[in-house]
Design a protein around this ligand. Structure first.
Ligand SMILES: Nc1ncnc2c1ncn2[C@@H]1O[C@H](COP(=O)(O)OP(=O)(O)OP(=O)(O)O)[C@@H](O)[C@H]1O
Ligand SMILES: [Mg+2]
Length: 391
């Protein structure tokens, strides 16, 4: 299991006043280890930083500099080269032929660079593979349950087995979202402690499409059966049974939440476009920080974003949240309602923006973007299509 981590990069060939450097240094998925402008530094990097360097970002402002790629890859065979330079097709094709992993045109668009790094990581077999994902809402109805269930449905549809644990013991709506009732629940399981694998397995509701549910207690008085110690045992067993465990936490949830968060690989904070939601998100981040949660594991999404909120407003709101906010999930009443009516949280309209947003979050959890993997897109893919023989 590999949790999200910063990629360690060295920079090569950037002029002192090159404005592209700031775009690289500001990117929240990388950490810059060193910088050089002469190939004589490659030996020093190999000695000092050898195994640490994930990528070298090379400024290829001219074809004369192409030889740098060969020199680099012979001295540092493990690290990969990402080139940045003018969008000159001959330069790009030559760079890729020499073994450059990705090419980002200048002036650098930070989002282009982010996806180049993500693709290069996937090529290296490095992924943000997640086992346990905790989803926390920032206010009543912010969409934690909808996002948890939609993500589970998306992962299930992609062929992964996933279990959703409903940790909103009082009002949890996971079973309801999938239009099922649960004879056995998290509470009835905890009553039987000590629990073993078979008991956990038989307490799940198994649904089509690789999804299982561990539901909230049927009777409210049973919520006290779920103690932090028993919850930990159950979650540890689920970790051994499923590749993905999604915990719909509702809120931080005191000691129970602490147990769930303890071994989380990823934490998703669900906001709505409101000041209160942003404030609550930052309060949640503060407590996560105090609890010792690795900040690299945390991201937020803004849910129910209105179309008038489009990109600019989303970015402004996101700038107030003290963790990365990658995704805007649109407000799509008909999509959510039709999923609820059908009792399947799969976002049914595969072409919809809502589905694109859920798929984007799922891709970050798994490190695999099914569509991006299958379909060429963007100018670089089209360009490289020229040098890849058609099958
Ligand atoms: N992106 C969306 N577009 C439209 N409606 C949505 C969206 N996300 C959630 N909803 C609707 O908002 C309501 C609240 O969503 P949900 O139950 O997922 O929130 P929650 O954070 O889990 O709430 P709670 O605080 O009760 O646990 C539901 O009726 C759901 O259908
Ligand atoms: Mg909920």
């Amino acid at each position: 299991m590999v949790a999200s981590r910063l990629s360690k990069v060295c920079l090569f060939g950037f002029e002192p006043d090159d404005p592209n450097r700031a775009h690289i240094q500001d990117l929240d998925v990388i950490s810059v280890l060193d910088e050089a402008d002469s190939p004589s530094s490659f030996g020093d990097w190999a000695q000092r930083l050898g195994d640490e360097i994930d990528f070298v970002i090379v400024h290829l402002d001219h074809r004369d500099k192409l030889a740098i790629i060969e020199q680099l890859t012979s001295i540092l065979p493990r690290c990969r080269v990402i080139a940045v330079g003018p969008p000159d097709s001959t330069l790009i094709v030559s760079a890729m032929r020499l073994g450059c992993a990705q090419f980002v045109p200048v002036p650098i668009d930070p989002e282009d660079l982010r996806s180049a790094i993500a693709s290069a990581k996937t090529d290296r077999g490095e992924t943000w593979e997640t086992k346990r994902l905790c989803v926390i809402g920032t206010s009543g109805g912010s969409g934690a349950t909808t996002i948890s269930c939609s993500l589970a449905a998306e992962l299930g549809a992609q062929g992964s087995s996933v279990v959703i644990v409903d940790l909103d013991l009082e009002f949890g709506g996971v079973a309801c979202a999938f239009d099922c009732s649960a004879e056995h629940t998290l509470a009835s399981l905890c009553i039987k402690a000590p629990v073993d694998k078979d008991m956990v397995r038989s307490s799940l509701v198994d649904l089509p499409d690789n999804i299982s549910i561990l539901a909230r207690p049927n009777d409210m008085e049973q919520i006290y059966e779920v103690t932090p110690e028993k919850l930990k045992v159950v979650l540890d067993i689920l970790n051994t049974l499923f590749p993905y465990v999604i915990i719909d936490m509702s809120r931080i949830n005191g000691e129970l939440g602490r147990v769930a968060l303890q071994d989380a690989d990823r934490i998703l904070i669900v906001l709505q476009s409101s000041v209160m939601s942003v404030r609550n998100a930052n309060r949640i981040l503060k407590i996560l920080n105090k609890t010792g949660v690795d900040p690299d594991k945390i991201e937020a999404v803004i849910n129910r974003s209105q179309s008038k909120d489009a990109h600019g407003a989303f970015k402004e709101l996101a700038s107030y949240v003290k963790c990365p906010v990658y995704t805007r999930v649109p407000n799509d009443y008909s999509q959510v309602q039709s999923s609820l009516d059908r009792g399947v949280m799969a976002v049914s309209n595969k072409g919809s923006q809502m589905h694109a947003a859920i798929r984007e979050i799922a891709a970050r959890l798994t490190g695999i973007d099914i569509q991006a993997k299958n379909a060429p897109h963007g100018w670089l893919d089209r360009l490289l299509g020229l040098i890849k023989p058609a099958h």
